[in-house]
Design a protein around this ligand. Sequence first.
Ligand code: CMC
Length: 428
Amino acid sequence: MSKTATLEINGQKHEFPLITGTENEVAIDIKTLRGATGGVTTIDPGYKNTGSCESGITFLNGEEGILRYRGYAIEDLADKADFLEVAYLLIFGELPTKVELEKFHADIKEESVVDDDIKKILDAFPKAAHPMGVLSSLTSALTAFNPSSVNVDSEEDMYKTVVKIMGKFPVLVAWAMRKKSGLPLNYGDDSLGYVENILKMMFGKPNGEYTQNKILVNALDKLLILHADHEQNCSTSTVRIVGSSHAGLFASLSAGISALWGPLHGGANQAVLEMLEAIKEDGGDTKKFMAKAKDKADPFRLMGFGHRVYKNFDPRAKIIKVAADEVLSDLGIEDPVLDIAKGLASEALSDEYFVKRKLYPNVDFYSGIIYRAMGIPVEMFTVMFALGRLPGWIAQWKEMRARKEPIGRPRQIYIGENHREFKTIDNR
Ligand code: CMC
């Protein structure tokens, strides 16, 4: 294969190097484009054809439905590792030894207390506030309580900042939920595993012992692993671009949480459950909703279907579908919404509209069903996604810093008015 790409503009030829990744993906390196061409730029709304960085964290092949973290298949990680091991792998690049994992966990526990004054901020939110807004605000507020977290050039402060957020984020998640359900705010239990502790913080009642349910611990562990990273998606790109201005980690993560909130991204898991409930309320006619999804005059979309990168089955959806069946049968739950989901999926997978556009169920299609079975309120679903995505965001932010990436600042093509004479207010 040629090592350069040639671009001809107004009869002048310009050569640009081709970059090949370790999985043989090829990119045209246009870093010198504007200089070489006298200011010609590229335009690519939604960055559908634009690589924003070189990254060694996550590989995904949307055509073949492959997802790997640091070279390890998602299927192996979901089956054989736990969430904290995967977090370590993403953030530090290698699977931890027992000693490394124990130290990482001990450092996290050491930092897992949130300043009690944060409760006052939480207190000021109305009970009806969406927990994603609450989480984004509290994550940003952590900077004020941990000023050294903005010392982005200090490796030591940054390690501390990483273990701080790994420790404090689950507390904020639990508090966002407890505020809504009217439960008193609590702290974790250092004697528990990372995921067990999350469950206890979320569900523990003030008037009794919390009993761990192995099925729920395993299901949550798996869900968090499946959500842990997904290369340059909307929220991750947000975290990297905010961090590229040398803003601190907590501020960058807070922006990422806001990006994740939207229904086209992480908010889809809440939207899926609401859609399935609406179909059930409407009498369960999946064909009617399939027709709405295909009608271009109707804004309705089949939530949980389609993906910017996967043009095949989302490998995470395959694993989650099996987990959803297991959790529901282990817990003895019969959920009519799961039957509607299965009906929709099988209709869509054989429908010409969906087949032609390569629209398959994505990770969010089944995750809400498990969260619901676990007793997690619908508005918390996207928060659970954020909890899983945390190590991915940290790893991507850390990589962006280590590679000394320049500040993110895209160009535009201006299509507004040309120069106009200013008229004073009396003359308009
Ligand atoms: N239902 C009906 N039609 C759809 C859907 C859908 N869910 N998704 C895409 N299409 C159609 C779309 O109308 C377009 O049709 P046409 O070519 O006739 O104009 C075609 O498929 C391509 O869609 P697109 O919007 O150009 O594709 P995109 O890559 O910009 O969008 C997406 C990807 C995920 C935003 C979109 O598929 C969608 O809105 N899905 C529903 C929301 C959802 O489930 N989001 C979760 C994504 S996975 C979790 C995550 O990583 O955040």
